[in-house]
Design a protein around this ligand. Structure first.
Ligand SMILES: *Cc1c(COP(=O)(O)O)cnc(C)c1O
Length: 400
């Protein structure tokens, strides 16, 4: 018999409880861990049931592209964590970004975005959306005057990423939301680097938040996935009609992996952030390292803002070595523990050279504008012992 849980009020649970139990919907078998429903279709006892579901009068499932019980559990858990009214899970972080923007924009609309964007987000804003007649403008996200000038009365949507990849620039969420509000523009925040644990854009009035489940939510390099958090109205009126028919559905298996990833998300992100802060501080004093960027270090130009906006500095550390690309590549080659990989948010520490990988396609000019130099390396701090990671970095940099 199913236990009566009518009096349980998950919205009042603490964050750790939400992450472990949020959205749990046991089948009649009473499994401990969440069940994985790996079917694409659903059957109905009566033709009237099918009719009611298609009419939207019964919220049961009709087809895998529209929904799946495992996917629903993932959506409910993430929604609870974020404190959002609605969540829509999708196949990847990029389908979340594209879906959140394309579902609301049409030819002639204007989109303003911060320029320091993840490579594929940059492509969507600068080349894909303009092909559909959407006017886009990029601004320096740190410069509030630039936002003020760009967010004009005809701006429909504002898109930003904070902290940004790979330069970890911090954008003042409250200030930009306030400007967008004045003209009635929707604010979409890519909160992937910050994670739902460290930064809560909804509390600053943001309308839509996008995640790549691939990063910290999985956290162990297994699956792709993404999610869009919004109001119920945004999901029902804009996301559903766009995503159901264009089809970037998440695989139930991937949703199941991400659901399990959420259970340990807080532990991992807080631990990895502490490690990242220690490593960033240690790198600052190292000969050969010309610059260290970490949001909560005193040396970060927006340290005060990032401390106010984020509960910790995050799991990413960006640093620059003297000697450009040659030295940066030499450091990468000499690392024995930390892997060369453009992925991030993983239990394994990963490092990449943004100028030749993630930010290669945007071109030298855009890289210069975004402050991405040839000697820059972006480190995603994992769950290994800090001492081992530091020893690896120290010996590689010293020997290079
Ligand atoms: C990884 C990432 C994305 C895209 O997510 P995918 O799951 O790879 O599609 C978007 N924005 C940022 C900031 C990211 O780090």
């Amino acid at each position: 018999m199913k236990k009566d849980r009518r009096h349980v009020s998950p919205a009042r649970w603490g964050e750790a409880t939400k992450l472990v139990r949020g959205g749990l919907d046991r089948s009649p078998h009473g499994e401990t861990s969440e069940a994985l429903f790996i079917n694409s279709g659903f059957v109905y006892d009566e033709p009237e049931t099918a009719e009611r579901r298609f009419a939207g009068e019964d919220d049961g499932y009709v087809y895998g592209r529209y929904g799946n019980p495992t996917v629903t559990m993932f959506e409910e858990r993430l929604k609870l964590l974020e404190g959002a009214e609605a969540c829509y899970a999708v196949a990847s972080g990029m389908s979340a970004v594209f879906g959140a923007l394309a579902c609301q924009l049409k030819a002639g609309d204007r989109l303003v975005a911060s320029q320091a964007l993840f490579g594929s987000c940059y492509q969507i804003v600068t080349s894909i959306l303009p092909r559909f007649g959407i006017r886009t403008e990029l601004v320096d996200g740190k410069d509030l005057d630039a936002w003020r000038k760009a967010i004009t009365a005809d701006t429909k949507c504002v898109f930003l990423e904070t902290p940004s990849n790979p330069t970890l620039e911090v954008i003042d969420l409250a200030a930009v939301v306030e400007m967008a509000r004045r003209v009635g523009a929707t604010v979409v925040v890519d909160n992937i680097f910050a994670t739902p644990i460290l930064q809560k854009p909804l509390t600053y009035g943001a309308d839509v938040i996008v995640y790549s489940g691939t990063k910290h939510i999985d956290g162990q390099g297994r699956v792709l996935g993404g999610a869009i958090l919004s109001t119920r109205k945004f999901k029902e009126e804009l996301l559903k009609p766009f995503l159901r028919h264009t089809g970037p559905s998440i695989s139930p298996f991937n949703a199941w992996v991400l659901l399990k990833g959420l259970e340990t998300l807080k532990l991992r992100v807080l631990h990895q952030s502490r490690e990242a802060q220690t490593i960033a501080a240690a790198l600052e004093g190292l000969p050969g390292v010309t610059r260290v960027i970490y949001p909560h270090l005193d040396s970060h130009p927006q340290a005060a803002l990032s401390r106010a906006q984020m509960a910790a500095g995050g799991t990413m550390v960006t640093f620059e070595v003297a000697g450009g690309k040659t030295r940066a590549f030499d450091v990468l080659r000499r690392l024995e523990l930390i892997d060369i990989s453009n992925n991030l948010g993983d239990a394994k520490s990963l490092i990449t050279h943004p100028a030749s990988t993630t930010h290669r396609n945007i071109g030298a000019e855009a890289r210069a504008r975004m402050g991405i130099t040839d000697g820059m390396l972006r480190l995603s701090v994992g769950l290994e012992d800090t001492a081992d990671l530091l020893a690896d970095l120290r010996s590689a940099i010293e020997a290079s």
